[in-house]
Design a binder for this molecule. Structure first.
Ligand code: FAD
Ligand code: SF4
Length: 327
């Protein structure tokens, strides 16, 4: 790993100043469970000049339920998220997404902001440069994607973004999208639907390099709503999703009033299933309807040679997650 300067920020304002004063690239660090791997493997073209530690900032690790909904501080750990009684009761899909992330140790270290800002896990991209040299794929400034002609079993089934077919690996991202969250940063409030982008900004988001997530706000559930999360991975613990899905459904007088469904692990950015959502409105949530919604969710899928199996998984997980919302 290349040498860098490490600063403990005492406040959010100081953290922003430290980022802006840097003479080279700089990154914030929270739990470090993703960032340290990126640094050790020299993922980025330019090594950072400085790393700014957010964990020394007081008050960013609180969960509060207020009139407008749930406020989750950026440094709240995935363990705290998964074990909060208020979240388990009112936003069960989010608690389950956090519970299914990584392992107990990583959930104790990993923060919610780090989880939605993490880098993709494409094995060519994350290939450690100390083993056989650097692999410069498109996403690293090279000319071609190695996964398209190579091993793309776990990659996108909905095409490429700027020639890259890596997938967003976050488990909490689809839950926040299904729950229509807002990400509060040092610069602005970002609707969660706008937050993820593999094409611009830092890592997998639209964040500017000197922009810090301070809080995520999840609106209170409407009358009769519920949410759910499911994940398919090779191993039950400590494994990234092959496909995951979160859904939130509001039912009134037996009919669906509103619905939000999001798949992840299937494209560069988490993928909202809007045609499936539209199908549900005004209807009773039955097994048959849920299966139809699953079919619609993959109608535009373009699997590659090795990952057609993920289409079937995505179809099934959408239906099953929707049915979980009725429990
Ligand atoms: C073995 C292993 C298994 C894993 N399994 C899973 C899994 O199953 N599901 C899953 O979703 N993830 C998984 N992860 C990924 C990830 O490490 C964790 O999910 C964790 O939540 C990341 O949070 P962190 O606080 O450690 O982030 P860090 O490593 O500190 O940061 C990650 C990125 O986010 C940025 N960042 C952090 N906080 C902020 C902020 N407040 N504002 C702006 N940018 C910020 C950092 O600059 C960095 O780019 C796994 C990681 C490992 C090592
Ligand atoms: S999928 Fe993306 S990250 Fe992976 S090799 Fe291709 S361009 Fe690189």
């Amino acid at each position: 790993m290349k040498r860098f300067n490490h600063f403990d920020a005492a406040s959010v304002e100081e953290a922003v100043s430290l980022l802006n004063e840097s003479t080279g690239p700089s990154y914030v660090i929270a739990g470090g469970s993703d960032l340290m791997g990126c640094l050790k493997d020299n993922l980025w073209m330019e090594a950072p000049e400085r790393i700014v530690n957010l964990k020394t900032i007081p008050g960013l690790n609180e969960i509060r339920v207020e009139n407008d909904g749930l406020h989750i501080g950026a440094l709240v750990t995935l363990t705290d998220l998964s074990e909060s009684d208020a979240i388990k009761e009112q936003w069960p899909g989010l608690a389950e997404a956090a519970r299914r992330t990584a392992s107990p140790l990583l959930r104790n270290m990993g923060t919610v902001a780090g989880n939605i800002c993490q880098e993709n896990r494409c094995w060519y991209y994350r290939y450690p440069d100390k083993i056989g040299g650097r692999i410069d794929c498109v996403r690293k400034g090279g000319k071609r994607c190695l996964a398209v002609p190579g091993d793309h079993r776990f990659h996108s089934i909905f095409g490429a973004v700027k020639k890259c077919i890596a997938v967003n690996p976050s488990d909490t991202a689809p839950a926040f999208i299904a729950l229509n969250a807002t990400v509060k940063t040092t610069k602005r409030d970002i609707a969660i639907d706008e937050f993820f982008s593999a094409e611009k900004g830092a890592q997998s988001t639209i964040l500017d390099r000197d922009e810090i997530v301070t809080e995520i706000i999840v609106p209170k559930p409407e009358a009769g709503p519920t949410s759910a999360f499911r994940k398919i991975a090779y191993r039950k613990s400590i494994d990234f999703a092959l496909v995951n899905c979160a859904a939130s459904v509001a039912v009134k007088d037996g009919k669906i009033e509103s619905a939000r469904i999001c798949l992840n692990g299937v494209h560069n950015n988490p993928r909202r299933c809007e045609t499936s959502e539209e199908l549900l409105i005004g209807k009773e949530l039955t097994e048959e309807l849920a299966r139809e919604a699953g079919e619609l969710a993959v109608a535009e899928a373009k699997p590659l040679l090795q990952n057609g199996f993920k289409v079937q998984m995505a179809k099934t997980i959408v239906a099953d997650t929707l049915m979980d919302c009725t429990k």
